[in-house]
Design a protein. Sequence first.
Length: 243
Amino acid sequence: MRKWFLLLSALLPVVVLLPAHPKAVAAVEPTVSVVPPQTVTLTFDDGPDPRFTPKILDMLKKRHLQATFFIVGKNALEHPDLVKQIEQDGHTIANHTLTHPHLETMKPGGVTAELQGGDAALTSVLGPSFPVPHFFRPPRGNVSPAILNSTEQLDKQLILWNVCVENHTTTTPEQVEQRVIKLIHERHGGILLAHDGELDRTLTVKSLPRILDDLARDGYRIVPLQEYLKDQQQTVSKNSLGV
Ligand SMILES: [Zn+2]
């Protein structure tokens, strides 16, 4: 209970800005952002997809960056070689359900089945020795009591995001770059969400190199999710001590 609460609390100032998910935050009190300064972590949702995932893996490899891929189980089963490539490249494999349903409308049994189905799909592709994914992101960022309970029961950590690359107001790589960089500057870093599957992600693939190069130029650290969360915990501790 404590892990997801801390994370939700930390991300709340951003989640509030997401009009698509008003129910997700109704019961949580606003708090001060404790995102570690000048640090970004990269996350990708909805893949793998042969149209976009290989291009994203290439751009990450060229820049020696590690990201977290929140994989939809059914896509993993359709494209097992891409999942293996993600894992071989050193990225973190995370759970994004089996079929990407509207999880927030489902009963507890159905929610748990979706999470376990996502794990089972990844295990069937990567083998039984592959550790069950610890990180989970609910589709569309929607959260319900059943989702939170399942996440806790399965000993997973729920991860949302601070800035999303895709936005209906930006239609060129330059516009996407400017909007994302502005938001990251305003928030001094955060969890960046981009998508590598389901819809046409051509604009994302064209925009990401610009964004990554801007962040490097501006002195941001781009770190794996595990490291980002560790930094965040230390920031929370320092804040609570008044440091
Ligand atoms: Zn998704």
